[in-house]
Write a protein that binds this ligand. Structure first.
Ligand SMILES: Cc1cc2nc3c(=O)[nH]c(=O)nc-3n(C[C@H](O)[C@H](O)[C@H](O)COP(=O)(O)O)c2cc1C
Length: 182
């Protein structure tokens, strides 16, 4: 694989609008998790667990547990990403790493995805109860998964967040000014 191929996967924009006629097969989710589970974590703790949700009523309920999660209601499938609640500072970093592995593996199968954050903490607790997850696991993020919509972008498929990225020059700390991250 060439660097350009990796860069092309990384560059894929998030997808919030999915083809309603193309379900995400169980086999695809299994292959994605099989690839992603090899992600490294601090002290190899693997402080992550996943739940796949396809039930429409549950997806609608989850969509109401984040301020910007409306698109989750229409997603063909959602992977709920739970992190373990303990004192290790590395866990959130680890969970971000495996989520990126999932995003890249999904993209390699032609699947689009978009994360959503569940907040405040009461909503994280509500999601845990809704999904029947064991005590101690915090479902703070979801990843909507599906084949990108072929048609026009729907109201739930747009975002007010600006596109594009900072340049490498902007990102190199020696050259940067004080924090300006919004
Ligand atoms: C940790 C995290 C949480 C996010 N939460 C949401 C969310 O709640 N709702 C949403 O629409 N997008 C969410 N996003 C998607 C970001 O808005 C998106 O990655 C960013 O705007 C870049 O989009 P682009 O790659 O299409 O340019 C989240 C992304 C990350 C990494």
């Amino acid at each position: 694989m060439e660097l350009d191929d990796v860069a092309a996967l990384i560059r894929r924009p998030v997808v919030r609008s999915f083809d309603p006629d193309r379900p995400v097969p169980d086999d695809a989710v299994g292959r994605i998790l099989e690839a992603a589970r090899w992600t490294g974590s601090a002290r190899n703790r693997q402080p992550w667990r996943f739940a796949t949700v396809r039930d429409r009523a549950t997806l609608r309920a989850l969509a109401g547990l984040g301020a910007y999660a409306q698109f989750v209601a229409d997603a063909p499938a959602v992977l709920v990403v739970s992190s373990v609640h303990h004192e290790y500072a590395d866990s959130e970093f680890d969970v971000g790493r495996i989520t990126q592995s999932i995003v890249l593996a999904a993209a390699a199968l032609g699947l689009g995805s978009c994360p959503a954050t569940l907040f405040p903490d009461d909503n994280v607790g509500a999601a845990r109860s809704l999904l029947g997850l064991p005590e101690g696991w915090r479902p703070r993020h979801l990843l909507a998964l599906g084949y990108p919509s072929a048609g026009p972008v729907t109201a739930t498929g747009v975002s007010a967040v600006p596109r594009g990225r900072r340049t490498v020059e902007d990102l190199v700390l020696e050259d940067a000014g004080p924090p300006d991250v919004g």
